[in-house]
Structures are given as C-alpha cells and as structure tokens.
Write a protein that binds this ligand. Structure first.
Ligand code: AMP
Length: 514
C-alpha cells in the first residue's frame, strides 16, 4: 500500500485520535486528513500536474504536517525548510529547486521569493483554512514518484536536494515500524503509542518519527527549538508527553541526560530509543540503560541519500564492553558493500568506503546531474543491477556481517547531529566582507565533534580588537548559513598556513586551536 493510503487508512480507523501534539495543542487524524484534502485541491488548482516541488516553510506547527500531506496528495514532492535557515540559504533553495509554489506556515523572511513564485499563507491550515483561489483535481504521488526533497549541506557552499521517492519511503517505513514492533512496542494497530519528534522537519531523521507515527495511527509529539533550549521547560514537556518511542540524535539524548530527572520515572511508557545520524557512544548507551532499564536501545545508520537509515542493531551489554558501538545489519532490500579506492569490494574486517545498494537509494540530487553522477551508481546484487550510493563514510563489516562506522573520507562532519560540509562553511566565510582566505577545522573530544574553529585572513587590518572583528564576521556569516554552521571560535590570522603542496595546513590549524 502506498504511504498516503496507509495514512488515510490510519485516519479512518483513528479519526478522533491525536495525530500530532505540539505546545499543548492536539490535531486529530480526521482534522489532519480533512485539512490536507482541502489543501491538495487548492494546490491542484494552482499547479500543473507536473510533479514540481513545493517548498513548505515553518517549524513544528501541525500545519506543517497538513502541508506535507496536502502537497503529496496533489502529486507534488515537498521541500521542508526550517525557520532556522537564513534568508540567503532559503533563496538559494527556492532558485535551485525551480519551485513555483511555497506554503508559508510562518511569515517568510524578506528577499526569498522571486517573480513567478506564489506564496500561500499556511498559518491557518491546521484549522482547515486555505487562502481563496482556484481548486483543481488532485492526483497523489504514487509508486516511484518523488515524495520529498531534503536539502543537505553541499561542499560548494550551496545545499543539494536529495530526492526520495514514495516507494523508497514506503520500504523504509515498513522496516522502521518493524523495529518498533520487535521491541514489543504496540505500534502495529494501536493508536496509543507516542513518537517523539525532536529533529526539525528539514532534517531527514524526522521522517522516521513522522511517517512511523502517521502510518500506524500513533501520535507524533513535537518538541520545538525554544523548548529544547530551556532545560526546565524541556523536562516538563517530556514529562507530560507520554512518549513511548524516542527518536533523536545521540547528542539530544546527551543533552537530556544532563538532567538528573531524565529517567524512567519521567517517561514511564518509554520502551524504545531509536538513534540515527551520528555516532552513538557506549557512554551514552550505558547511561540510558541505567536510567531506563525497561527500554531497548537501537542504533541505526544511514544518510539522507538512502532514506534516513538502512542498518540497525539493538545495543546489549555485550556491545558496551567495546569502545565503539556497531551500527547494525542491513534492512531487507538493502545490501551494504565495503569498497576500496578502485571500487573493488574488500573482505570482512577490512576498511573501505561504505556503499549502500537497494530499494531506498535516492534517485539523485534535484536538478544536479553532475553531483548525482559523482555519488550514485549501480552495482550488481544477486545478478540484478541495483541503484547504489557511495556514502563517503569509512567502515567495515565484521565476520558476522555487522557494520561498523569508522569515520569519513572527506570534510563532512556531524555536529550535534547536523550534517555539515566544512567546505560549505569555508565558502560562505569567504563571502563575508574583507575575508580573503578562510579555513575551518572540526575540534573533537573522544572522537565526537564538539565545535568548529574558523580561521580567516583579511584584506585589511581590522579596526578595534580581534574579538570585536571576529564577532562582526560571525554576524555577517549568519546571513548565509544557519546558526549551527557558524564556527564557535573565529580567529583572524595574518596568513592561513599552507603545506608544501600549497594546501591549507589543517594540522597546523588544529595544533594552534589547542
Ligand atoms: P544525514 O544525511 O544528515 O543523515 O547524515 C548522514 C551521515 O551521518 C552518514 O553518512 C554518517 O556519516 C553519519 N551517520 C549516520 N548514522 C550514523 C551512526 N549511527 N553512527 C555514526 N555516524 C552516522
């Protein structure tokens, strides 16, 4: 059954049940479905049946879910954009995606819309209100049609849009809900389970909680950025949530663990932690086992380019003895290959690039055949040519077929779960006035990135103190990249050190950063 049909079936079965809870307000399945229906008619009245993407802008409001479902029911993939993005980055996605319709749940910042793009005010969508205008005859996204496009950091300084099809999403959701069932969570047919939504909708981790909840008649409980920023408010919010399935990055769990009250008493229904997006340390897993002895902890691994996650492992006491936790075994429909530099598969226990082949691999980057060709390929799986993605991750399969993540082959890092190409930050730093040369290094503790340190060479001697100069540079950088990409430390150097080969000497910069 297609994803949208599963949601319709859940909405029929659990009409009065809560589909979404946000800031104390709850949106029932019947209202969600009715509002999405109205919006799909309105979108079909505005757009040709050509599958062009629709940008949806906002944060955690229930109207975001109405907009996602309304868009796919009208036959168009959606591009989720979070309010934390600066105008410049939104404008670049609007231009690159060639969208002609945006649904603004929150008011758009100035300067992001150009001629030919219509903006629908979506602020009252959850109440079923769409702005007046033509209505049409919607044909939903089906089969291998693109379902959503999520933009991730790109090394050129411009984000790239990963297109995920309806069938890829369906395969992922089948597997992810089965993980919850295996952990004896009552997600199958019961409306009573509650999935935590912490990741912004523009981060593909959120696809896990959104679609596992909505296709099974469960409740999605969103916590927003303001709640996360205040430990006391977050404690109260979690305590009242009834969350039974936890989906987040390990970084968010670490943040919660800083609160001594974050225990099974606060979340008595919690039966499963599902992690993805960055390394889960054995310290974090051990602390969670101690505080939530009844809950299973599952580590999953995967990139946006292969629909959220493709491997999983339940972390048991046997894993906690080693320092690095495994990332799991592939889901049905996925094959993991480890390949050397010449593209040849290496034997078990040997390190190489992780290549993911199977039914959740993206069809490529939107309107970027160059980037698509560089990262996507086809491999032979049991005699069948199968779509595959070269992750740029370094890893190995052990003798039992378990995958281990061993780092990156390039400058991509994860900071508090956010995927960042270091070159993306550098390119945008070079756009800041007066910056001649820029380099950024990731500072790590126990293997995990704790912050970014940027170094700049300026075309003029800065006025005032170097601290004031760095603060001014950061202020301008915020116009180009989201806050999480702004280096915590920024140092003005007379010259960026170079190696004998004329490359930025990152070792020297790292040494200088200590
Ligand atoms: P994203 O596309 O934002 O989900 O980021 C994907 C990247 O995050 C992967 O290519 C890995 O580098 C990293 N990643 C995802 N899951 C894990 C995990 N369980 N352990 C370590 N790194 C991970």
């Amino acid at each position: 059954m297609d994803v949208i049909d599963r949601i319709e079936a859940a909405a029929t079965r659990h009409g009065d049940g809560a589909a979404h809870v946000y800031r104390g307000d709850s949106l029932s399945y019947s209202r969600l479905w009715a509002a999405a229906t109205t919006l799909s008619l309105r979108i079909a009245g505005e757009l040709a049946d050509d599958g062009t993407p629709v940008v949806v802008y906002g944060h955690k409001e229930s109207a975001m879910l109405v907009a996602f479902l309304g868009t796919v029911r009208a036959g168009h993939p959606y591009i989720p954009i979070d309010v934390s993005w600066p105008a410049d980055r939104i404008a670049s996605v609007v231009a690159e995606s060639r969208t002609s319709l945006m649904v603004a749940i929150r008011p758009l910042p100035d300067g992001v819309v150009h001629d030919g793009v219509l903006v629908l005010d979506g602020s009252r969508l959850a109440e079923g209100a769409v702005p007046p205008g033509p209505m049409g005859d919607p044909h939903p996204v089906r089969g291998d049609d693109p379902y959503y496009v999520i933009y991730t950091s790109g090394s050129t300084g411009r984000p790239k849009g990963v297109q995920i099809t309806q069938s890829a999403l369906g395969s992922f959701v089948d597997w992810a809900t089965s993980l919850a069932r295996e952990a004896e969570m009552p997600t199958g047919e019961v409306a009573g389970s509650v999935w935590l939504n912490q990741a912004p909708f523009s981060f593909d981790l959120s696809v896990m909680d959104v679609y596992c909840a909505l296709t099974t008649g469960a409740t999605l409980h969103s916590v927003d950025a303001a709640t996360v920023a205040n430990a006391r408010v977050l404690h109260c919010e979690l305590g009242g949530s009834g969350v039974s399935v936890w989906v987040s990055t390990p970084s968010f769990a670490d943040l919660c663990l800083a609160d001594p009250g974050f225990t099974g008493d606060l979340l008595p229904r919690l039966g499963l932690f599902l992690f993805c997006g960055e390394t889960l340390s054995s310290t974090t897993a051990a602390a969670l086992r101690a505080r939530f002895p009844e809950a299973s902890i599952v580590n999953t691994y995967g990139p946006t380019e292969s629909t959220v996650a493709v491997t999983s492992v339940t972390i048991g006491p046997e894993h906690l003895r080693g320092s690095a936790l495994p990332v799991g075994r592939p889901k049905p429909g996925t094959t993991i290959l480890i390949r050397d530099e010449s593209g040849v598969s290496v034997p078990a226990s040997h390190q190489g690039e992780i290549v993911i082949a199977g039914d959740t691999v993206s069809i490529g980057y939107l309107h970027r055949p160059d980037l698509t060709e560089a990262a996507f390929t086809q491999v032979d799986v049991n005699g069948e040519p199968t779509p595959a993605y070269r992750t740029g991750d370094l890893g190995h399969l052990d003798q039992t077929g378990m995958l281990h993540f061993d780092g990156r082959l390039d400058g991509q890092i994860k900071l508090h779960g956010y995927r960042i190409e270091v070159e993306d930050v550098e390119t945008n730093l070079r756009r800041v006035s007066g910056v001649q040369q820029a380099a950024v290094v990731a500072i790590r503790r126990e293997g995990a990135v704790t912050h970014l340190h940027g170094f700049v060479q300026l075309s003029h001697v800065p006025e005032g103190s170097s601290l004031a100069a760095a603060a001014a540079l950061k202020r301008e950088l915020r116009a180009y990249v989201p806050e999480y990409m702004v280096p915590k430390l920024l140092t003005v150097l007379d010259r960026i050190p170079m190696t004998a080969n004329g490359k930025v000497d990152r070792h020297a910069l790292l040494a200088g950063s200590r």
